[in-house]
Design a protein around this ligand. Sequence first.
Ligand code: CDP
Ligand code: CDP
Length: 208
Amino acid sequence: MIIAIDGPAASGKGTLSRRLADHFGLRHLDTGLTYRAVAASLLANGKPLGDEAIAIEVAHNLDLAQMDKSVLSAHEIGEAASRIAVLGGLREELVKLQRRFAETPPGAVLDGRDIGTVVCPNASVKLFVTASPEARAKRRTDEMISKGQDANYASVLEDLKRRDERDSQRTVAPMKQADDAVLLDTTEMDIETAFQAAVDIISRAKDD
Ligand code: CDP
Ligand code: CDP
């Protein structure tokens, strides 16, 4: 069983995916971390973000078990990740890794931007999780403050909108709801309500 979860930044797709993986006994991959890990490596080594040959080499040698979410969650890394995410050859390399993960028994929950459209077009269930930009900016701001980081709601909102625009307008694998994905708008939902709604959708799809 493969569950594909796509959606914009801070829509809650990561939190939801982790809980769904636990609930259904599946493995979980946050594919955003794979883009972040490559971006972080280029930044750390002073390489230009447009250097696709090096980005592909880093991707080729990426060890999923070594990706440290706490290090990769930095704001600048998210921004750099969305810049390198326009590189088609890099995406191909990362998609290979993501598919291998998805296809390893007993199956997995993958979250990202192109899981239902490109990485796992044959997923058993697809969700497109979203929320208003304002709700997402509030969540991200609260999250940063709770980690003791500086956060300003207005600039977080502006950054999210810019990243949404870049992710949905790029020519290669843009963020987009797959035709057969179910839309889950969590603007008015807390995590628990969103989780219950997702479990209902997935359980129904499994029974079909
Ligand atoms: O957690 P957040 O939603 O802020 O970002 P992320 O999921 O870690 O993704 C960081 C960036 O990687 C996104 O803005 C996308 O540009 C890119 N990405 C992508 O292109 N395709 C994916 N499947 C996952 C992430
Ligand atoms: O993975 P993505 O960037 O889509 O979002 P996330 O990291 O799962 O969630 C971003 C923040 O919003 C986290 O601090 C969640 O606890 C919070 N959240 C929320 O307050 N209400 C929801 N319905 C979903 C997430």
